[in-house]
Design a protein around this ligand. Sequence first.
Ligand code: ZN
Length: 177
Amino acid sequence: MVIARSLKDAARLGSATTSLLLRRSEDLVCQNLMCAKIGEACVCRLAVHLSRLGKLKELDVAENDLGVLPEPVFELPALEHLDVSGNGLKDLPAGVAALSSLRTLRLSDNALTALPKELALLPLLTEVHVDGNSGLGSSDRVVEALQHRPQTTVVFGDAGDYSRRRQEDASTSSADR
Ligand SMILES: [Zn+2]
């Protein structure tokens, strides 16, 4: 694992980078004088860096209020874990279909009202978190399609319950030892 926790790290580590962790990062506040979003959350710098990170397996840009995801996010063929929670996203582009290695997708706490049907076609996808999107109902066609896949878990509703359950699982297994 080659982990970058800032865009400066990512630039230094270059294409060897496998994880880029930018949760609540100041790196995503725009400082580009040529950009209309200067001083606000912006993906312009992230987009440039991502296009050089072809081996990236993990990308965490949660809680940055980005509003949109940059196109190069959907050009990462090795990406296995994507966390875009807490970004005010109104939609998820169909380009997600290109993420053929994707296993975990965290979409919690956005403003999604639908999911692209392409999501249900990703062969390795095992975990999708959709809690905290008040406009996305459990009757959504794509949510239903995902729930019908035996290999996929859709975490829907109270995320707290889910993490508590995982903690209980963990304490049970440690008691067994
Ligand atoms: Zn910008």
